[in-house]
Each structure stands twice: as structure tokens, then as C-alpha cells.
Design a protein around this ligand. Sequence first.
Ligand code: AHR
Length: 505
Amino acid sequence: MAQATLTIDPAFTIGPVRRRTFGSFVEHLGRCVYEGIYEPGHPTADEDGFRGDVIELVKELGISTVRYPGGNFVSGYRWEDGVGPVEDRPKRLDLAWHSTEPNTVGLDEFMAWARKADVEPMMAVNLGTRGVAEALEVLEYANIAGGTARSDQRRANGAEEPYGIRMWCLGNEMDGPWQTGHKTAAEYGRLAAETARAMRQIQPDLELVACGSSSAFMPTFGSWEHTVLTETYELVDYVSAHVYYCEGDNDLGSFLASAVNMDHFIESVVATADAVRAAGKHTKRIHISFDEWNVWDQKRVESYIPSPTGDDWPIAPPLLEDHYTVADAVVVGNLLISLLRHTDRVHSASQAQLVNVIAPIMTQKGGGIWKQTIFHPFAQASSLAKGAVLRTLVDTPTYETAVHGTAGLVDAVATWDSESGELVVFAVNRAQDEATELAVDVRMAGLELVEATSYSHSDHTWQASPEDDSTVLPVANESARTTADGRVTLSLPAISWNVVRLRRA
Ligand code: AHR
């Protein structure tokens, strides 16, 4: 059996576990908003039409921030269409998703939902079809106490207190030719800088996110970040990163190693941001808002949900309703490991998305709710990662992948909460056919094994469904034990996500 060893020293910290690592994303896309978070008349809906069963699972998932309202959608969005009396709100074509936006849910409804779901909002402004003026108006509407046209409009609409939204994304994926109002890096960089400068005149302490590349696979990746940050460096706090992975060409080995690519992506953005810092003689550092990441198999989804075309502009059609496998969940867990180990530079992240659209939570109209496979690693990491992220030395056998080069069979990260005395190891086994024996060597006396769980299945293509979302759950790993020399050993099943908890005795 293959063998791997983790060496962990609680003194060697990378940075704090950030709650914002466990963010998510709600876009006006498909059934994410309508029939997702919002479904008046549903048996669990409250007086505002929000599904109580969704809010319950959002809390169970441990979501911290929620990015809103897009995504590609925001690049054609007129935020003012979504406020005021619902019966007066116009219906609009949504070019991004070839749908009709009814505007029944807008900023005020989303903020009411965010309060109930106990999540921090992260708002995006439209820099596709719009610019500085509209960004200022929505900021005034949201954050000014009163006494101005837009703030008084908010109060008249029922929200007496300002929302105090701190994080704002300056547009979305402006490097992508699919984006409404797509721009060159120079065009976008200038617009983002001017928008940020003006927004800070209203509220200097905002946290602003400039658009990075829509993936590291874009031909402009790197040069885009360089140009945009050269324009915006002193005006923004974060540059965004987006990525989606899927298994291409039946190449499971490469897919399971997707986090190798995410590591490389993050380190490349950091290097570029630091190069701009050096060249511009800046002192502050730019951090990453990894505000879209997930597994998303576009071909798989299109095969069962074709997108609307032609004269068909439906309201909230089922779109991007990917059905996730056990292997997908292991990759999602591994991507969380990558985000955590870069906690020094990744200060915020949003899994895309939250409900129905490439999502951990799925709803049935008028009916039940179910958890996708990817729900479980997220929920475990979100609830158990606390304190500090530790440098985790992984000594593992490797294998060759066609896409990402050499990859370790095992990948892992650990967190240490000095207050509670809990050390948690998150580990994946990428081996496809056999277990890997893991030894965890913690350089600290007096820790006892609390529990170890594994998430895996003999059929890694197993998917949850509305009828069955609980055949595969994280279960106790009975092989875990403490050896005479104080190490913890356990057998990681093939293609698995694993959590080991140790606590100060
Ligand atoms: O999350 C789905 C879409 O993927 C988002 O709207 C867009 O930003 C990205 O391309």
C-alpha cells in the first residue's frame, strides 16, 4: 500500500483561518434566486417569500459571505429596476443567460435574506453596460444613512437603516469576450480605478475588488492582472480569481489533481500583484478574492439542460444544474485545501454558486430540498477549520498527470485552534484504485485523537439525487489509531476526502 506522511508543527503558521474563505455566490441565473432562495407559497417560505429549508442548509453549510447579484448577469443589470413597489418593477431581458429577469427580488430583498441567513453581503456593480455614476448611486442607496435622493429612496422602500455593505466587486470577468460590455485590460483598468476613486469619496473604508482573469486558461492571464493592477493598485484591496474544473477526456487523474492548478493560479496572481507592487514602489499588498470556484462540467450540464435560445426568454429556467459525483466532492475538498493553505494571500473566496446553479444545495419547486455530494466537504471544512492554518509538510508518492504535471497522491492542510486546543487535518487521497496509508506526525505532545472521518464510495461516479442524498456521507474511519511513538495513522480510501481531529488532552 502507498504510504504518505504529514509533518505538522503548531508553531509554523501561515495565517489565520478566515471566515470569508467559506463564502458563496447568489446570481440571478437559472433557479438560484427564483425557486432557490426565494419561492413565495412554498411550505417553508416565510412572510417575505424566502424558503426556510434553504436558509437552514445555508447555515448548516457554514456560509460566511454571499456575492450578489452576479456574475455575468451584473454586466447588464440596472439595480434600480429591483427596488420599490414590486408591481412597478420592469421585466428585462437578461442577455447573459438568455432569460427574462422579473426583478421581483432586488437589493432590498437580498439584504433581507442575507440578514436572515446570517451571511455578509458582497455586492457587485455593473461595469459592463454602466459606469461610475451608477456605481455611486447604488452605493448611496445602500450605505448612506439618509438625507439624499437615493438614501431616502431606500428608507421610503422600508429599509430605515443603511446596509453598511463593505465588500464591492468592480464588475465581473471583464476580460471575457462573452461579457456584456467586455473590455481590454487598459479600458477596464481605467474604469475600475475611476469607479473605485469615486466610491471611496463616499466611503473611504470600502473593500474593493478589481476583476482579475476569468480563469488562468485565458490567453490574457497575467498581462491582464498586471495592467489592471498598475491602474488600480492604491485604489483597491483585492484582485479576483475565478476557476471551474471538470474531468476532460476521461482523464480522472488530471481532474483529481485540479488543486495543483489552483495552487499555481494563486501563486501566479500573487507574483503578478507583487511585481506591480515593486514596480510602483507601493507598500501595501493586494490580496486575492477567489470569488468564483467550483467543479462545473459544462458539457455534462448541457447534455441534460440545454440553454434557451432564439425567441425563448424564460423566467428562471433550470440552468447549470450540474449533478455532482463523489469524485467531484473530493476535488471540491481539495480546492478548499488549496484556498486554506494560501490564507496569507487569499482573503476571501466564494464557491459558485449556492442553490440550484452549480450548487451544493438543490431545491424542487414546491417540494423538497437535497444536498449534493459537494455539500459535505464544504460543511466539514467550514465548521472545523479554526484558528490558524499550519504549514503542512506532505511527503507523498506522486503520479504523472497529462494536464497538471506531477501530482502528489495525498494532499493536505492542517489548522490549529490554540484556544480550544483542536488540531484538524484535511486530506485527500487521489489514488484511484487503492487506499493510501497516512501517518500524521504532529510536533506537539499531549494531543489525543478525537475522530477521523472519510468521504468516499466504491463507485466514485455516484451522485446524490432528490430521492437519495445520504447513501454517501462522511463516516467514521475505523482504521485511525495513535501509535506508540505518538503518531496518528489511518488508511485513506481511494478517491477520498478525509478529516482527522486531534485535541489537547
Ligand atoms: O457562475 C456562473 C458564471 O460563471 C458566472 O456568471 C460568470 O462570472 C462565470 O463565467
